[in-house]
Design a protein around this ligand. Structure first.
Ligand code: MSP
Length: 578
């Protein structure tokens, strides 16, 4: 694949809508972060992007908690929804909307979808007896209930045997269709292990699924009633899934549903997204999502996070990390070390410091400030030469002179015939990043950016521009060669910074300000959008490259090396009150 042939359809990425009862924690922040990184990367590519997150508010638990707290359910939901909004703003998420399921726009359309399914016979009334998991608000099949010893597979709580008259969605009708869609990849379930798991579970057969709950006496007025039957309420899961469509079911936004749709979540709620939701959509005559991506879990210092252990890494702790190490460092750590694949990931302080130092302080930040510093030291911060031969000097020739300076100093490199081809190297890194992005492999996308940084570091160690600098004025053309070498480094780092920017938008925008790169519409606003698509921005010595005469200032240290012995932030002992 090459930059030019990349997909240019509108891109629609979603996160689960989170239960409004929980306090925002690392899990919510993680899924929303990877959606943010993907959304930013797709905007950089030049695609129209819509990124949606929000809160799921009609659960029974919300009304119970509201009563305990002396509030109406809506007041309680609002207080908590605001906490999610604040947390996501703090994390720098660029979501285009935040949906609350208590909003009219959602309620009206969700209700209309259910009515359509009722009218056409896909939803019907019937008796239901089954094993209900109150902690997850879902019914389980007899097989699954038995396998889990009649306890919730998620929380371990006792299942309840419930008999209800309910409306049912005829999921059973769509078994063959679903298998075909998933096997063929028309609905792409990622990672691969999750696809196999879903197909395995499909083999056990599909039942009709309840889509309503009978309203009991004394129940608070909470949720959406079934169209035409006010004694029943739409089951909260079914209603919640509809958010992905209700929010974009408008004239201006429909193109996003018709474009590429990517639903992100953790493995806990894959079944709803990979099976129930596509079947509902298909029954409604709607297009189904292209990608269902279910990552694994964050655990904390080696232990599963749970309410009973009280060991959730909450937003305040992430804030404390961001205060000490910068928000972009937190975003980097979570994105590159998170449970994107099939395995869980551990949030351990020692690991955070290790990754911070290795990737950011010693590599990306160091390389960028080192090159900026050399351009300042040797050329007063001015780009004086490119490396395409246009100004009379080529990269190859520059390297020969650097080696001559090393030879003269008795420090010849082991392999004097090594070559460095920055143009093909950087464009391959960009292609690799795009290919990884199309698979939602954000770690590999960022690794492609880092590979350029490593190449630059290697080139600096090999060509030793500081040795060459000592010969300026004495060795013929030494100055031109030095300028050319530094240009190659800076231009390569500029391209790397574009690929790294989806994870670290603030730090990279700072670099572009320091180096006077016009990548953003407003250089002072990292959120102002790019002036051109990546294919143009990332072209080696292209229209957006560093230019002769451009000023590159030193700027502040991007990431200060972290002390591994300092205790984790947010865990400092509180001063005793006097
Ligand atoms: N309200 C439903 C989703 C409805 S979507 C139509 C729900 N909400 S939730 O608040 O429980 O959020 C679950 C999601 O939070 C997971 O799928 C995942 O995205 C995120 N995470 C919660 N805990 C997590 C970890 N420990 N690790 C990673 N992500 C996790 O389910």
């Amino acid at each position: 694949m090459s930059i030019e042939t990349n997909n240019h359809q509108p891109y629609y990425v979603t996160t689960p809508i989170y239960y409004v009862n929980d306090r925002p924690h690392i899990g919510h922040c993680y899924t929303t972060l990877i959606a943010d990184v993907a959304a930013r990367a797709q905007r950089l590519v030049g695609r129209e992007v819509f990124f949606l997150t929000g809160t799921d508010e009609h659960a029974e638990k919300v009304s119970q908690k509201a009563i305990e707290n002396g509030k109406t359910p809506y007041e309680w939901a609002t207080i908590n929804a605001e906490q999610f909004k604040a947390a996501f703003e703090f994390m720098g998420f660029s979501n285009d909307d935040f949906v609350r399921t208590t909003e009219d726009r959602h309620k009206q359309r969700a209700s209309a979808y259910i009515k359509k399914l009722m009218d056409q016979g896909d939803i019907e009334l019937g008796d239901y007896e089954g094993w209900y998991d109150p902690s997850q608000e879902e019914y389980l099949t007899e097989t699954v209930a038995k396998e889990n010893d009649y306890k919730s597979p998620v929380t371990g709580r006792e299942l309840e045997k419930r008999v209800e008259q309910n409306y049912f969605f005829r999921l059973d009708k769509y078994e063959g269709w679903l298998r075909e869609q998933i096997e063929s990849g028309a609905i792409r379930i990622l990672p691969e292990a999750r696809k196999n798991e879903t197909l395995g579970r499909l083999k056990q057969g599909l039942m009709k699924v309840p889509v309503s709950r009978k309203i009991k006496e004394g129940d608070p007025d909470w949720g959406i009633t079934m169209p035409g039957d006010p004694e029943h309420r739409i089951y909260v899961w079914i209603e919640a899934l509809c958010n992905y469509l209700t929010t974009v079911d408008t004239d201006e936004r429909r193109a996003f549903w018709n474009g590429e749709v990517v639903h992100l979540m953790a493995k806990d709620i894959l079944w709803f997204h990979a099976v129930i939701w596509p079947a509902m959509l298909h029954a409604m005559g709607e297009k189904v999502p292209e990608t269902i991506y279910a990552h694994a879990y964050w655990i904390s210092e080696g232990t599963k996070m749970s309410k009973s252990l009280g060991n959730f890494i909450e937003i305040d702790q992430l804030r404390a990390y961001a205060d000490r190490y910068s928000l972009d460092a937190v975003r980097w750590f979570l994105t590159t070390q998170g449970p994107l694949g099939a395995n869980d990931a551990d949030f351990a302080h020692a690991r955070f410091v290790e990754v911070f130092n290795a990737d950011l302080a010693n590599s990306i930040g160091n390389s960028m400030s080192r090159v900026g510093n050399m351009i300042n030291k040797y050329f007063d911060g001015e780009i004086t030469r490119t490396c395409d031969g246009k100004f009379g000097f080529e990269g190859g020739k520059a390297l020969q002179l650097a080696i001559k300076a090393l030879d003269d100093a008795g420090k010849s490199p082991d392999d004097p015939s090594r070559t460095f081809n920055f143009d093909p190297m950087t464009s391959k890194a960009v292609d690799d990043a795009l290919e990884a992005l199309s698979r939602m492999d954000l770690e590999s996308m960022l690794a492609a950016g880092r590979s350029i940084v490593r190449y630059v570091d290697d080139f600096i160690s090999y060509s030793a521009p500081f040795t060459l600098a000592k010969r300026v004025g004495e060795l013929e053309h030494a100055e031109k060669a030095l300028a050319t070498i530094l240009y190659s480094c800076a231009e390569a780092l500029r391209i790397a910074s574009l690929l790294l920017s989806p994870a670290m938008p603030q730090k990279m925008a700072q670099l572009w300000r320091d180096w006077n790169c016009n990548h953003l519409r407003d250089p002072n606003d990292a959120e102002s959008g790019f002036v051109a698509p990546l294919a143009e921005l990332a072209r080696w010595t292209g229209e957006h490259s560093l230019r002769v005469g451009q000023q590159v200032s030193k700027g502040d240290v991007m990431f200060m090396r972290a002390d591994a012995n300092e205790p984790a932030p947010g865990t400092d002992p509180q001063p005793e009150s006097v």
